[in-house]
Design a protein around this ligand. Structure first.
Ligand SMILES: Cc1cc2nc3c(=O)[nH]c(=O)nc-3n(C[C@H](O)[C@H](O)[C@H](O)COP(=O)(O)OP(=O)(O)OC[C@H]3O[C@@H](n4cnc5c(N)ncnc54)[C@H](O)[C@@H]3O)c2cc1C
Length: 411
Protein backbone atom coordinates (compact mmCIF):
# COMPACT_ATOMS: atom_id res chain seq x y z
CA UNK A 1 0.00 0.00 0.00
CA UNK A 2 1.29 3.46 -0.89
CA UNK A 3 2.30 5.51 2.15
CA UNK A 4 0.20 8.65 2.60
CA UNK A 5 2.35 11.75 2.70
CA UNK A 6 0.76 14.52 4.72
CA UNK A 7 1.09 17.99 3.31
CA UNK A 8 0.82 21.09 5.48
CA UNK A 9 -1.71 23.71 4.45
CA UNK A 10 0.60 26.43 5.81
CA UNK A 11 4.11 26.55 7.23
CA UNK A 12 6.68 28.94 8.57
CA UNK A 13 10.44 28.39 8.94
CA UNK A 14 12.67 30.62 11.10
CA UNK A 15 16.18 31.83 10.29
CA UNK A 16 17.52 33.27 13.56
CA UNK A 17 21.02 31.97 12.80
CA UNK A 18 21.42 34.18 9.72
CA UNK A 19 19.34 37.14 10.95
CA UNK A 20 21.92 39.98 11.19
CA UNK A 21 20.30 41.38 14.35
CA UNK A 22 20.39 38.12 16.33
CA UNK A 23 23.02 35.86 14.64
CA UNK A 24 21.67 32.93 16.61
CA UNK A 25 19.03 32.07 19.18
CA UNK A 26 20.57 32.75 22.58
CA UNK A 27 23.91 32.85 24.37
CA UNK A 28 25.82 29.77 25.49
CA UNK A 29 29.02 29.21 27.49
CA UNK A 30 31.90 28.30 25.16
CA UNK A 31 34.76 26.01 26.37
CA UNK A 32 36.25 27.52 29.53
CA UNK A 33 33.22 29.81 29.94
CA UNK A 34 31.59 30.22 33.34
CA UNK A 35 28.62 32.18 34.71
CA UNK A 36 31.20 34.75 35.93
CA UNK A 37 31.87 35.66 32.30
CA UNK A 38 28.21 36.64 32.00
CA UNK A 39 28.43 38.89 35.07
CA UNK A 40 31.73 40.38 33.87
CA UNK A 41 30.25 41.31 30.49
CA UNK A 42 27.57 43.34 32.26
CA UNK A 43 29.91 45.39 34.47
CA UNK A 44 29.28 49.14 34.29
CA UNK A 45 32.04 50.97 32.38
CA UNK A 46 33.12 54.38 33.66
CA UNK A 47 29.59 55.22 34.82
CA UNK A 48 28.47 55.78 31.22
CA UNK A 49 28.20 52.49 29.36
CA UNK A 50 26.75 49.10 30.25
CA UNK A 51 26.08 45.95 28.25
CA UNK A 52 22.87 44.16 29.19
CA UNK A 53 20.54 41.41 28.03
CA UNK A 54 19.96 37.69 28.49
CA UNK A 55 23.68 36.91 28.01
CA UNK A 56 24.63 38.99 31.08
CA UNK A 57 22.15 37.37 33.45
CA UNK A 58 23.95 34.47 35.13
CA UNK A 59 20.76 33.53 37.02
CA UNK A 60 18.43 33.21 34.03
CA UNK A 61 20.47 33.32 30.82
CA UNK A 62 18.83 32.66 27.45
CA UNK A 63 15.39 33.59 28.77
CA UNK A 64 13.10 36.54 28.28
CA UNK A 65 12.68 37.24 31.99
CA UNK A 66 16.47 36.99 32.40
CA UNK A 67 16.76 39.69 29.74
CA UNK A 68 14.04 41.79 31.39
CA UNK A 69 15.68 41.61 34.83
CA UNK A 70 19.04 42.47 33.34
CA UNK A 71 17.54 45.51 31.60
CA UNK A 72 16.27 46.67 35.01
CA UNK A 73 19.77 46.20 36.45
CA UNK A 74 21.21 48.35 33.65
CA UNK A 75 18.62 51.07 34.28
CA UNK A 76 19.58 51.14 37.98
CA UNK A 77 23.21 51.67 36.91
CA UNK A 78 22.18 54.66 34.77
CA UNK A 79 20.16 56.09 37.66
CA UNK A 80 23.06 55.60 40.10
CA UNK A 81 25.35 57.42 37.66
CA UNK A 82 22.94 60.38 37.73
CA UNK A 83 22.27 60.18 33.97
CA UNK A 84 19.63 62.56 32.60
CA UNK A 85 19.74 61.48 28.95
CA UNK A 86 20.05 57.78 28.14
CA UNK A 87 20.21 55.88 24.87
CA UNK A 88 19.14 52.24 24.95
CA UNK A 89 20.25 50.12 22.01
CA UNK A 90 17.75 47.39 21.17
CA UNK A 91 14.01 47.04 21.79
CA UNK A 92 14.00 43.42 23.00
CA UNK A 93 12.96 42.49 26.54
CA UNK A 94 16.14 43.92 28.11
CA UNK A 95 15.95 47.24 26.26
CA UNK A 96 12.23 47.65 26.98
CA UNK A 97 12.76 46.93 30.68
CA UNK A 98 15.54 49.50 30.94
CA UNK A 99 13.54 52.13 29.07
CA UNK A 100 10.38 51.56 31.14
CA UNK A 101 12.32 51.87 34.40
CA UNK A 102 14.04 55.08 33.26
CA UNK A 103 10.81 56.55 31.93
CA UNK A 104 9.19 55.94 35.33
CA UNK A 105 11.95 58.11 36.84
CA UNK A 106 11.37 60.89 34.29
CA UNK A 107 14.69 60.29 32.51
CA UNK A 108 14.97 61.32 28.84
CA UNK A 109 15.38 57.91 27.23
CA UNK A 110 15.40 56.92 23.57
CA UNK A 111 15.51 53.35 22.30
CA UNK A 112 17.33 52.79 18.99
CA UNK A 113 16.15 49.59 17.31
CA UNK A 114 17.64 48.17 14.11
CA UNK A 115 14.60 46.19 13.02
CA UNK A 116 11.29 47.61 11.86
CA UNK A 117 9.59 46.08 14.94
CA UNK A 118 10.05 45.69 18.68
CA UNK A 119 10.52 42.40 20.58
CA UNK A 120 13.92 41.21 19.32
CA UNK A 121 14.07 37.44 19.73
CA UNK A 122 10.37 37.30 20.54
CA UNK A 123 8.13 37.61 17.49
CA UNK A 124 4.70 36.26 16.70
CA UNK A 125 3.62 35.39 13.16
CA UNK A 126 0.16 34.62 11.87
CA UNK A 127 -0.39 31.31 10.17
CA UNK A 128 -3.78 30.35 8.78
CA UNK A 129 -5.45 32.80 11.14
CA UNK A 130 -3.69 31.63 14.32
CA UNK A 131 -0.75 33.06 16.21
CA UNK A 132 2.57 31.23 16.53
CA UNK A 133 5.90 32.31 17.96
CA UNK A 134 9.07 32.33 15.91
CA UNK A 135 11.26 32.92 18.96
CA UNK A 136 10.51 32.60 22.67
CA UNK A 137 7.24 30.75 23.30
CA UNK A 138 7.31 30.01 27.03
CA UNK A 139 7.34 32.17 30.12
CA UNK A 140 9.81 30.15 32.17
CA UNK A 141 10.09 29.91 35.97
CA UNK A 142 6.49 31.12 35.83
CA UNK A 143 5.98 31.63 39.56
CA UNK A 144 8.83 34.12 39.87
CA UNK A 145 8.74 35.53 36.32
CA UNK A 146 8.03 39.30 36.24
CA UNK A 147 6.76 39.04 32.64
CA UNK A 148 4.32 36.33 33.74
CA UNK A 149 2.97 38.81 36.28
CA UNK A 150 2.40 41.38 33.48
CA UNK A 151 0.71 38.74 31.31
CA UNK A 152 -1.63 37.72 34.14
CA UNK A 153 -2.37 41.31 35.10
CA UNK A 154 -3.53 42.01 31.53
CA UNK A 155 -5.54 38.82 31.25
CA UNK A 156 -3.36 37.14 28.60
CA UNK A 157 -4.01 33.40 28.38
CA UNK A 158 -1.08 31.28 29.63
CA UNK A 159 -1.06 27.48 29.18
CA UNK A 160 1.28 25.24 31.16
CA UNK A 161 3.44 22.71 29.29
CA UNK A 162 4.29 19.55 31.19
CA UNK A 163 7.81 18.74 30.03
CA UNK A 164 8.06 15.79 32.40
CA UNK A 165 6.08 13.35 30.26
CA UNK A 166 6.84 13.80 26.58
CA UNK A 167 5.36 11.40 24.07
CA UNK A 168 8.65 10.05 22.74
CA UNK A 169 9.98 7.71 20.08
CA UNK A 170 13.33 6.78 18.57
CA UNK A 171 14.01 6.50 14.85
CA UNK A 172 16.16 3.36 15.13
CA UNK A 173 14.27 1.03 17.45
CA UNK A 174 12.84 0.84 20.93
CA UNK A 175 12.92 3.86 23.17
CA UNK A 176 15.63 3.47 25.84
CA UNK A 177 15.53 5.06 29.29
CA UNK A 178 16.98 8.42 28.23
CA UNK A 179 16.39 10.09 31.62
CA UNK A 180 18.38 7.40 33.48
CA UNK A 181 21.20 7.69 30.92
CA UNK A 182 21.28 11.47 31.47
CA UNK A 183 21.41 11.18 35.26
CA UNK A 184 24.25 8.63 35.03
CA UNK A 185 26.17 10.89 32.65
CA UNK A 186 25.89 14.02 34.79
CA UNK A 187 27.04 12.07 37.87
CA UNK A 188 30.04 10.43 36.26
CA UNK A 189 31.51 13.11 33.97
CA UNK A 190 35.00 14.25 34.88
CA UNK A 191 34.43 18.00 35.12
CA UNK A 192 38.14 18.80 35.17
CA UNK A 193 38.24 18.04 31.43
CA UNK A 194 36.68 19.94 28.56
CA UNK A 195 33.08 18.92 27.98
CA UNK A 196 33.87 17.14 24.71
CA UNK A 197 36.79 15.25 26.24
CA UNK A 198 34.81 14.29 29.35
CA UNK A 199 31.94 13.00 27.21
CA UNK A 200 34.28 11.07 24.90
CA UNK A 201 36.01 9.40 27.83
CA UNK A 202 32.66 8.51 29.40
CA UNK A 203 31.17 7.15 26.18
CA UNK A 204 33.97 4.65 25.56
CA UNK A 205 33.20 3.00 28.91
CA UNK A 206 29.61 2.22 27.87
CA UNK A 207 28.23 -0.84 26.13
CA UNK A 208 26.37 -0.06 22.85
CA UNK A 209 22.79 0.09 24.19
CA UNK A 210 23.77 2.42 27.02
CA UNK A 211 25.88 4.54 24.63
CA UNK A 212 22.86 4.91 22.32
CA UNK A 213 20.65 6.07 25.22
CA UNK A 214 23.39 8.46 26.39
CA UNK A 215 23.77 9.97 22.91
CA UNK A 216 20.00 10.62 22.83
CA UNK A 217 20.24 12.24 26.28
CA UNK A 218 23.10 14.49 25.17
CA UNK A 219 21.23 15.54 22.02
CA UNK A 220 18.02 16.27 23.93
CA UNK A 221 19.23 17.73 27.23
CA UNK A 222 22.43 19.46 26.24
CA UNK A 223 22.65 20.19 22.50
CA UNK A 224 18.96 21.07 22.08
CA UNK A 225 19.09 23.24 25.22
CA UNK A 226 22.41 25.06 24.75
CA UNK A 227 22.09 24.89 20.94
CA UNK A 228 25.77 24.22 20.20
CA UNK A 229 27.64 20.94 19.62
CA UNK A 230 29.45 19.60 22.71
CA UNK A 231 32.86 20.51 21.19
CA UNK A 232 31.79 24.17 21.39
CA UNK A 233 30.35 24.09 24.92
CA UNK A 234 31.79 24.60 28.38
CA UNK A 235 31.37 22.00 31.13
CA UNK A 236 29.49 24.77 32.97
CA UNK A 237 26.78 24.60 30.27
CA UNK A 238 25.59 21.47 32.13
CA UNK A 239 24.51 23.66 35.04
CA UNK A 240 22.55 26.27 33.09
CA UNK A 241 18.84 25.59 33.42
CA UNK A 242 16.66 24.94 30.42
CA UNK A 243 12.93 24.46 30.06
CA UNK A 244 10.73 22.68 32.55
CA UNK A 245 10.08 24.81 35.61
CA UNK A 246 6.35 25.45 35.45
CA UNK A 247 6.75 27.02 32.00
CA UNK A 248 3.63 28.39 30.36
CA UNK A 249 3.14 29.40 26.75
CA UNK A 250 1.14 32.31 25.39
CA UNK A 251 -1.39 31.03 22.83
CA UNK A 252 -2.05 34.62 21.76
CA UNK A 253 1.67 35.03 21.00
CA UNK A 254 4.54 36.79 22.74
CA UNK A 255 4.12 39.95 20.64
CA UNK A 256 0.91 40.73 22.54
CA UNK A 257 2.97 40.87 25.74
CA UNK A 258 5.79 42.84 24.09
CA UNK A 259 3.29 45.46 22.87
CA UNK A 260 2.31 46.02 26.50
CA UNK A 261 5.97 46.27 27.56
CA UNK A 262 6.73 48.82 24.81
CA UNK A 263 3.84 51.16 25.63
CA UNK A 264 4.58 54.89 25.88
CA UNK A 265 8.30 54.49 25.12
CA UNK A 266 10.26 56.62 22.65
CA UNK A 267 11.44 53.92 20.24
CA UNK A 268 13.12 54.68 16.93
CA UNK A 269 12.72 51.69 14.60
CA UNK A 270 14.93 50.96 11.57
CA UNK A 271 17.89 52.57 13.33
CA UNK A 272 20.85 50.19 13.42
CA UNK A 273 23.71 51.30 15.67
CA UNK A 274 27.18 50.72 14.28
CA UNK A 275 29.46 52.90 16.44
CA UNK A 276 29.63 53.64 20.15
CA UNK A 277 32.18 56.26 21.20
CA UNK A 278 32.55 56.35 24.99
CA UNK A 279 35.94 58.05 25.04
CA UNK A 280 34.86 61.28 26.77
CA UNK A 281 32.34 62.19 29.49
CA UNK A 282 29.28 61.56 27.31
CA UNK A 283 28.67 58.66 24.95
CA UNK A 284 28.19 59.09 21.21
CA UNK A 285 25.93 56.46 19.68
CA UNK A 286 26.14 56.74 15.88
CA UNK A 287 25.90 60.57 15.80
CA UNK A 288 23.80 61.10 18.92
CA UNK A 289 25.17 62.08 22.29
CA UNK A 290 23.87 60.95 25.70
CA UNK A 291 25.08 60.76 29.33
CA UNK A 292 24.71 56.98 29.52
CA UNK A 293 24.29 54.17 27.01
CA UNK A 294 22.70 50.76 27.64
CA UNK A 295 23.59 48.29 24.88
CA UNK A 296 21.36 45.21 24.71
CA UNK A 297 22.25 43.69 21.33
CA UNK A 298 22.82 39.88 21.29
CA UNK A 299 26.44 38.76 21.88
CA UNK A 300 27.03 37.76 18.26
CA UNK A 301 26.08 41.25 17.11
CA UNK A 302 28.01 42.85 19.98
CA UNK A 303 31.26 41.25 18.78
CA UNK A 304 30.98 43.21 15.53
CA UNK A 305 30.01 46.63 16.98
CA UNK A 306 32.66 49.33 16.76
CA UNK A 307 33.57 50.66 20.24
CA UNK A 308 35.90 53.65 20.77
CA UNK A 309 37.90 52.93 22.83
CA UNK A 310 37.68 49.15 22.45
CA UNK A 311 35.91 47.31 25.27
CA UNK A 312 38.22 46.61 28.26
CA UNK A 313 40.05 43.27 28.56
CA UNK A 314 37.50 41.92 31.10
CA UNK A 315 34.63 42.36 28.65
CA UNK A 316 36.72 41.05 25.73
CA UNK A 317 37.55 37.93 27.74
CA UNK A 318 33.91 37.52 28.68
CA UNK A 319 32.86 37.85 25.03
CA UNK A 320 35.47 35.32 23.97
CA UNK A 321 33.78 32.79 26.29
CA UNK A 322 30.23 33.47 25.15
CA UNK A 323 28.80 32.33 21.85
CA UNK A 324 25.41 32.24 20.17
CA UNK A 325 23.59 28.94 20.18
CA UNK A 326 21.62 28.04 17.07
CA UNK A 327 17.99 27.03 17.30
CA UNK A 328 15.33 27.14 14.58
CA UNK A 329 11.66 26.32 14.40
CA UNK A 330 9.28 25.06 11.79
CA UNK A 331 5.59 25.70 12.35
CA UNK A 332 3.29 23.40 10.38
CA UNK A 333 -0.46 23.56 9.95
CA UNK A 334 -2.69 20.80 8.59
CA UNK A 335 -6.35 20.18 7.82
CA UNK A 336 -6.56 17.75 10.72
CA UNK A 337 -4.39 16.36 13.54
CA UNK A 338 -2.99 13.12 12.13
CA UNK A 339 -0.18 12.65 14.70
CA UNK A 340 -0.79 10.92 18.05
CA UNK A 341 -2.37 13.01 20.77
CA UNK A 342 -0.29 13.82 23.83
CA UNK A 343 -1.94 15.37 26.86
CA UNK A 344 1.20 17.41 27.60
CA UNK A 345 1.37 18.52 23.96
CA UNK A 346 5.09 17.81 24.16
CA UNK A 347 6.76 15.33 21.81
CA UNK A 348 10.34 14.09 21.55
CA UNK A 349 12.04 12.47 18.59
CA UNK A 350 15.37 10.72 19.10
CA UNK A 351 17.13 10.52 15.78
CA UNK A 352 20.65 9.50 14.73
CA UNK A 353 22.09 11.93 13.78
CA UNK A 354 19.83 14.38 15.63
CA UNK A 355 17.16 16.19 13.59
CA UNK A 356 13.83 17.74 14.69
CA UNK A 357 14.22 16.66 18.30
CA UNK A 358 11.31 18.42 19.94
CA UNK A 359 7.75 19.11 18.86
CA UNK A 360 5.08 21.17 20.54
CA UNK A 361 1.51 20.37 19.55
CA UNK A 362 -0.24 23.74 19.55
CA UNK A 363 -3.58 22.40 18.29
CA UNK A 364 -5.54 22.64 21.54
CA UNK A 365 -3.98 25.98 22.46
CA UNK A 366 -4.67 27.78 19.16
CA UNK A 367 -7.74 25.87 17.96
CA UNK A 368 -6.33 24.67 14.63
CA UNK A 369 -4.13 21.60 13.84
CA UNK A 370 -0.75 23.27 14.28
CA UNK A 371 2.56 21.86 15.48
CA UNK A 372 5.98 23.46 15.98
CA UNK A 373 9.26 21.56 15.62
CA UNK A 374 12.62 22.59 17.05
CA UNK A 375 16.07 21.86 15.71
CA UNK A 376 19.47 22.93 17.05
CA UNK A 377 23.19 23.22 16.37
CA UNK A 378 24.71 21.09 13.56
CA UNK A 379 21.36 19.49 12.74
CA UNK A 380 20.23 22.85 11.31
CA UNK A 381 22.92 22.72 8.64
CA UNK A 382 21.95 19.12 7.81
CA UNK A 383 18.26 19.97 7.41
CA UNK A 384 18.41 23.50 5.99
CA UNK A 385 21.40 23.56 3.66
CA UNK A 386 20.45 24.03 0.00
CA UNK A 387 16.72 23.82 0.75
CA UNK A 388 13.96 26.37 0.29
CA UNK A 389 11.62 27.01 3.23
CA UNK A 390 9.03 24.83 1.51
CA UNK A 391 11.52 21.96 1.19
CA UNK A 392 12.54 22.38 4.85
CA UNK A 393 8.88 22.28 5.89
CA UNK A 394 8.28 19.14 3.80
CA UNK A 395 11.37 17.41 5.25
CA UNK A 396 10.20 18.31 8.75
CA UNK A 397 6.76 16.89 7.94
CA UNK A 398 8.44 13.63 6.91
CA UNK A 399 10.35 13.54 10.21
CA UNK A 400 7.07 14.10 12.06
CA UNK A 401 5.47 11.28 10.10
CA UNK A 402 8.35 8.96 10.93
CA UNK A 403 7.94 9.86 14.61
CA UNK A 404 4.18 9.26 14.46
CA UNK A 405 4.76 5.84 12.86
CA UNK A 406 7.34 4.88 15.50
CA UNK A 407 5.37 5.91 18.57
CA UNK A 408 4.08 3.07 20.74
CA UNK A 409 0.66 3.85 22.23
CA UNK A 410 0.92 4.08 26.02
CA UNK A 411 -1.59 2.00 27.99
C1 LIG B 1 13.81 29.95 18.70
C2 LIG B 1 13.93 30.56 20.07
C3 LIG B 1 13.20 30.04 21.12
C4 LIG B 1 13.29 30.62 22.39
N1 LIG B 1 12.50 30.12 23.38
C5 LIG B 1 12.44 30.78 24.56
C6 LIG B 1 11.43 30.47 25.51
O1 LIG B 1 10.56 29.62 25.26
N2 LIG B 1 11.42 31.15 26.69
C7 LIG B 1 12.34 32.13 26.96
O2 LIG B 1 12.27 32.71 28.06
N3 LIG B 1 13.27 32.48 26.07
C8 LIG B 1 13.34 31.85 24.86
N4 LIG B 1 14.23 32.25 23.91
C9 LIG B 1 15.26 33.25 24.26
C10 LIG B 1 14.69 34.66 24.35
O3 LIG B 1 13.97 34.95 23.19
C11 LIG B 1 15.85 35.65 24.52
O4 LIG B 1 16.68 35.25 25.59
C12 LIG B 1 15.37 37.07 24.84
O5 LIG B 1 14.29 37.43 24.01
C13 LIG B 1 16.55 38.02 24.65
O6 LIG B 1 16.16 39.34 24.95
P1 LIG B 1 17.24 40.52 24.83
O7 LIG B 1 16.54 41.76 25.08
O8 LIG B 1 18.43 40.18 25.65
O9 LIG B 1 17.76 40.44 23.32
P2 LIG B 1 16.93 40.65 21.97
O10 LIG B 1 15.54 40.21 22.12
O11 LIG B 1 17.73 40.04 20.89
O12 LIG B 1 16.93 42.23 21.82
C14 LIG B 1 18.02 42.92 21.27
C15 LIG B 1 17.50 43.95 20.29
O13 LIG B 1 18.61 44.64 19.72
C16 LIG B 1 18.32 44.86 18.34
N5 LIG B 1 19.59 45.10 17.65
C17 LIG B 1 20.50 44.17 17.23
N6 LIG B 1 21.53 44.79 16.65
C18 LIG B 1 21.29 46.11 16.70
C19 LIG B 1 22.00 47.25 16.26
N7 LIG B 1 23.18 47.17 15.67
N8 LIG B 1 21.44 48.47 16.48
C20 LIG B 1 20.22 48.60 17.10
N9 LIG B 1 19.52 47.54 17.52
C21 LIG B 1 20.04 46.31 17.34
C22 LIG B 1 17.61 43.61 17.91
O14 LIG B 1 16.87 43.84 16.73
C23 LIG B 1 16.73 43.33 19.12
O15 LIG B 1 15.48 43.95 19.00
C24 LIG B 1 14.15 31.72 22.62
C25 LIG B 1 14.86 32.26 21.56
C26 LIG B 1 14.76 31.71 20.29
C27 LIG B 1 15.49 32.35 19.15
Amino acid sequence: MEKRVHRPTAWHVTHWSSDPFSLGAYSALLPGGTPQHRTALGQVLHERLVIAGEACNAGAPAMTHGAWNDGLRAAEAALSAGARKVIVIGAGCAGLAAAQRLRAEGIDCTVLEARGRTGGRTHTVELGGVKADEGAAWLQHFAENPLAAVALQHGLACIETDFSCPLAAASDGDLPDVDAAWIALTKRLDRRLTLAEAINRYMVTLEPAHARATQFAIDANLVLEACLPVERLSVSALDEEGVGYGDRMLPGGYSELVDLLAKRLDIRLNTPVMRIDWSSTGVKVNDEVCDFCICTVPVGVLKALHFTPALPETQQQALAHLGMGKLEKVILQFDGRWWPYSRSGYLRWYDQPASWGEWLDLTDAVGKPTIAGLIAADAIERQFSGRTDEQIAMAATEALQAWAAAIRPTP
